[in-house]
Design a binder for this molecule. Structure first.
Ligand code: SAM
Length: 484
């Protein structure tokens, strides 16, 4: 497995020696892939990413494999020899986007000859790969999220003129930390548990990412140590139900993992995503309250405030239990910034059910909320439920939900005016030139006027001078290297 020695260079790419070792390594598929891409003259790649943080990390894993084969990144798929679409199928819209993107790539191929190879990866690949492969001749291969290590073998098949469908889940996930092209960012993602066993009735994830499989605590700690040695300051531990984590070697739970990671020198913050409300124990809440370097941001999706809806979703908790959990979390960590996911328009959701959802939002006062209109997904039980909520009603509910939420966010953010907080700079803000964006331990976005020499990964103390519903406005008061 992964050793403790850093193997990335400062740019976050694999060290050349590592690439060479990998190229000449014993893996048959790797050697095959190397031959394959040389045979085809493939030199560049581009990976398109849709969906969650787990997909962002999977794209870095795909890129790492391609770089280990000697391919270089291109600016976009239309300029690349190999284009990979790393897709998301949590909602139907994302799956539709794949088809339209394949159409665009077909046109690019016909007019400019690139991309030469198109691979469908991610959850749509796992879910609809076989059908899409026969439907769309533009696709060269399909590679599910459990098959990332088989990418060289897929390229080899393409060289042999075979269009392969590689899906399914190995019993031991092929997560290879030394083969991840992480880039230079000071925020890094680390998977701690693969798959999902929850089978919420709306969710496609168990079918696209397989069953839960936790990584060994010692491997995760070694990976984080390496990342910190290479300049990472914030690490987010990832899992679909991250708080179901159990070390397969020792039985350690997530609190023990957080303690071990939190003890790593040089780390600024740890975060973890996504927690399932039913997996929080009182002991866990108490233990994490004193973990050094643990961020104050916590994402705890509640999905619906109605017990009837929660039952039909198979969420495994009631509204009362969720609110009791929130109370415990607030009591144990008064600075906590809670965020959540909500689905509106779940089959059979009445106006009364929706009011119960609004009531939870008003009581908890989340710092951030991700709201979705229910989207029926293949193979999921809820897709067969009666009581479809008309689209117009669901859209109206979503808009109403966001209205209530944004008013709360604005109040919470305004209450922070005057505070001094430490933030980690991310880069130029999306809106407004001369403005940079960073985030504090609570994950709130803070916009600050840029200065000469400002850099990503810089830790800055700011005074909160203003607030909108979506961001704080800060003034730098002290920078890492010089007092302002
Ligand atoms: N594993 C996490 C959980 O269950 O809490 C997150 C899973 S999912 C990748 C992220 C969010 O997408 C969910 O929390 C849910 O709000 C939303 N989602 C999942 N399936 C959906 C569906 N069929 N329709 C609409 N939203 C959905």
């Amino acid at each position: 497995m992964f050793g403790g020695t850093p193997r990335w260079n400062a740019a976050g790419h694999l060290y050349p020696e590592e690439k060479d070792a990998r190229r000449g390594g014993p893996g048959e598929h790797r050697a095959g892939g190397r031959i394959a891409h040389r045979r085809q003259g493939l030199e560049t790649y581009f990976v398109e990413t849709w969906g969650c943080q787990m997909n962002v990390l999977d794209s870095q894993r795909l890129e790492g494999v391609l770089q280990s084969l000697g391919l270089r990144p291109a600016e976009r798929s239309e300029d690349a020899d190999v284009a990979l679409l790393n897709t998301c199928s949590v909602r139907e819209k994302a799956a539709h986007k794949v088809l339209s993107r394949l159409g665009e790539l077909r046109k690019a191929m016909q007019s400019g000859g690139k991309p030469e190879v198109v691979g469908l990866c991610g959850c749509v690949a796992e879910q609809d790969g076989a059908a899409l492969l026969s439907r769309s001749s533009v696709l060269s291969f399909v590679l599910g999220p459990g098959q990332i290590g088989q990418l060289p073998a897929a390229l080899e098949s393409v060289a042999d003129g075979r269009r392969v469908n590689m899906t399914g889940f190995p019993t031991a996930p092929d997560y290879e930390p030394h083969l991840i092209a992480r880039g230079t960012g000071s925020r890094q993602l680390v998977t701690v548990i693969h798959g999902c066993n929850q089978h919420c009735t709306f969710c496609v994830v168990p079918y696209t990412r397989g069953r839960e499989n936790s990584r060994a605590l010692s491997d995760i700690v070694a990976e984080v140590r390496t990342l910190v040695a290479c300049g990472a300051k914030e690490i987010t531990l990832l899992g679909q139900t991250v708080n179901a984590y159990r070390c397969p070697a020792t039985g350690a739970d997530l609190s023990e993992l957080l303690e071990a990671v939190g003890a790593i020198d040089g780390l600024w913050r740890i975060q973890f995503l996504t927690s399932h409300p039913a997996f929080f124990t009182e002991e866990f809440v108490e233990r994490i309250a004193s973990i050094p370097r643990l961020g104050t941001y916590l994402h705890v999706p509640f999905q619906s405030g109605s017990d009837d809806v929660l039952k039909r979703m198979h969420r495994g908790y009631t509204r009362e239990r969720y609110l009791a959990l929130i109370e415990r979390l607030n009591a144990s960590r008064p600075e906590i910034n809670l965020s959540t996911d909500v689905i509106v328009g779940f089959p059979g959701e009445t106006d009364e059910d929706f009011q119960a959802t609004l009531d939870v939002v008003s009581r908890v006062r989340f710092g951030q909320l991700y709201g979705f209109i229910y989207s029926p997904r293949p193979r999921t039980p809820a897709a067969r439920y009666d009581g479809r909520v008309p689209r117009a009603v669901a859209s109206e509910r979503l808009e109403h939900l966001f209205g209530v939420q944004y008013a709360i966010q604005l109040e919470l953010n305004q209450a922070l005016i005057g505070r001094r907080i430490e933030i980690l700079m991310d880069g130029p803000a999306k809106r407004g030139s001369g403005v940079w964006q960073g985030r504090g331990a609570d994950n709130r976005v803070v916009n600050v006027p840029a200065w000469d020499g400002i850099r990503e990964g810089e830790l800055v103390r700011v005074k909160v001078a203003g607030a909108t519903a979506h961001a704080l406005i800060g003034e730098a008061v002290e920078r890492e290297s010089s007092a302002a």
